[in-house]
Design a protein around this ligand. Structure first.
Ligand SMILES: [Zn+2]
Ligand SMILES: [Zn+2]
Length: 331
């Protein structure tokens, strides 16, 4: 076994490192800076070069980096990062020991995203794939269409003098939508971002992702009029007193989970946009086939259905528990 879970995370004995550990370790190699993959407290962190700023922001210190495709020898293992197309700096981690190749996908998607590099197929013997949306009901509409829906939703609200509040994950979703809307900021209205998004937006800007100015609404004078504006906010801001400053408001949320009608209702928002940074069911199957792997390990989310399906196709497939907090929300 080149990689196997121990009590701290996915461990590589040949290189004495962990990938995305959930407890502090000596050497942590990180697929990307989302909270369910990157946790503070480890002695050292290594990530793909474009992920440096988001990861150091979240880990509260400096991190080591390696450019995509560059190889690093750690003990008896050779490690390299390859674009996962999920969020800025997200990587699949390729680990080679004695000619055997394993790839840990981290989270990934196959569609283009202007805020990060396109997913790259990496051939391997064993592929550890995420399975967040590993059920046949998950099939995404093209992202361009959803982004366009968000734009017309904002435009319609602005015409009615309303303020649009869009709840998105702090890292990734917010910046992906913001980058797309940048060219409309003066035509439709102004764009603002909740205080909890400011640092991550800045980390993206410093990584050469073009985003709208998006000031913090709290910094505006008391009588400031937000009519026609689009306000980005983290899901945790919903229902807080912070929202009272926006008079005629309409709420929306962008997430792959908006595919599930019950969730949408429970969240009590006006509009759900099914925009995901994860592979849907067809993308998962396509990617697994593309890697040429003879062994698939599914982790994260709905693994049972995916494993059963792959076994029916004659592949060696199994599920692996990724963290003790499997359902942890992605932030
Ligand atoms: Zn993620
Ligand atoms: Zn994740």
């Amino acid at each position: 076994m080149i990689l196997a879970p121990d009590d701290k995370g996915l461990y590589c004995p040949a290189g004495d490192f962990h990938i995305d550990p959930w407890r502090p370790v000596k050497k942590a190699i990180i697929t990307h800076a989302h909270g369910d993959h990157a946790r503070p407290g480890s002695k050292s962190y290594l990530c793909a070069l474009p992920g440096e700023r988001p990861l150091s922001l979240r880990m509260g210190g400096s991190v080591q980096t390696l450019a995509y495709g560059e190889r690093l020898t750690i003990g008896n293992a050779t490690v390299s990062f390859h674009p996962a197309g999920h969020v800025l700096g997200s990587a699949q981690i390729r680990v080679e020991v004695g000619g055997e190749v394993w790839v840990v996908s981290g989270d990934y998607k196959r569609e283009p995203d202007s805020t990060c590099e396109l997913f790259e197929i990496v051939e391997c013997h064993t592929f550890i794939t995420e399975s967040t949306f590993g059920l046949p009901i998950y099939r995404w509409q093209p992202a361009d269409q959803i982004l366009n829906d968000i734009r017309s939703w904002w435009q319609g609200n602005a015409k009615d003098g309303k303020t649009s509040i869009l709840f998105c994950y702090v890292m990734g979703k917010t910046q992906r939508i913001m980058a797309y809307l940048k060219k409309y900021e003066n035509d439709i209205g102004k764009i603002y971002a909740h205080g909890a998004l400011q640092q991550m937006n800045e980390a993206y800007r410093q990584s050469s992702v073009a985003l709208p100015t998006a000031p913090n609404p709290v910094d505006m004078e008391a009588k400031h009029n937000f009519s026609g504006a689009l306000i980005f906010a983290p899901p945790s801001a919903q229902g807080t007193p912070w929202m009272r400053r926006f008079k005629k408001q309409v709420t929306g949320r962008a997430s792959g989970w908006m595919r599930v009608r019950g969730r949408r209702r429970r969240l009590a928002i006006d509009r759900g946009f099914v925009l995901s940074d994860h592979a849907d069911w067809p993308q998962l199957l396509q990617t697994i086939a593309d890697t040429g792997a003879e062994r698939i390990i599914a982790t994260h989310g709905s693994t049972a259905t995916l494993v059963r399906f792959l076994r029916e196709q004659g592949l060696a497939a199994e599920a692996m528990v990724s963290t003790p907090w499997e359902e942890a929300e992605e932030m």
